[in-house]
Design a protein around this ligand. Structure first.
Ligand code: TYC
Length: 115
């Protein structure tokens, strides 16, 4: 019934229900899925590998094995995906990583890209 008008139901069959007849509702034809964003980690020459692994565990819920795999991928290829999230969550993760890196004086960079 998406995208069509319809009477809610036949209120005339209920006592005192006549005033409700004919109320129409419209549901959105195409409900929008919230768009997804990749959180990308960038390689650099200075951030220690152990620190990157710690970040991936702490902010992206990875275990040691996953985190090590992603860190090595970024180290070798220059960039890697940490996860895919709705915009606000992805943005929060980027800010958390950048703040944590800055606090620890590492140049680690993290960014967003539309999925
Ligand atoms: N290239 C860094 C080093 O050799 C390690 C590193 C990996 C840094 C991944 C950043 O996103 C990164 N110490």
């Amino acid at each position: 019934m998406q995208g069509t008008f319809r009477a809610q139901d036949d209120d005339s069959r209920r006592p005192g229900g006549d005033d409700q007849v004919g109320i129409a509702t419209k549901t959105r034809a195409k409900p929008k899925k919230p768009s997804q964003f990749k959180v990308l980690m960038l390689n650099d020459d200075y951030t220690p590998m152990e620190f990157v692994v710690m970040v991936l565990k702490r902010f992206f819920g990875m275990d040691l094995e996953q985190a090590t795999r992603v860190m090595l991928h970024v180290h070798q290829r220059g960039v890697g995906v940490c996860g895919i999230y709705p915009y606000e969550i992805a943005e929060t993760k980027v800010n958390q990583v950048m703040d944590f890196a800055r606090q620890n004086q590492h140049p680690l960079q993290c960014t967003l890209e539309k999925a």
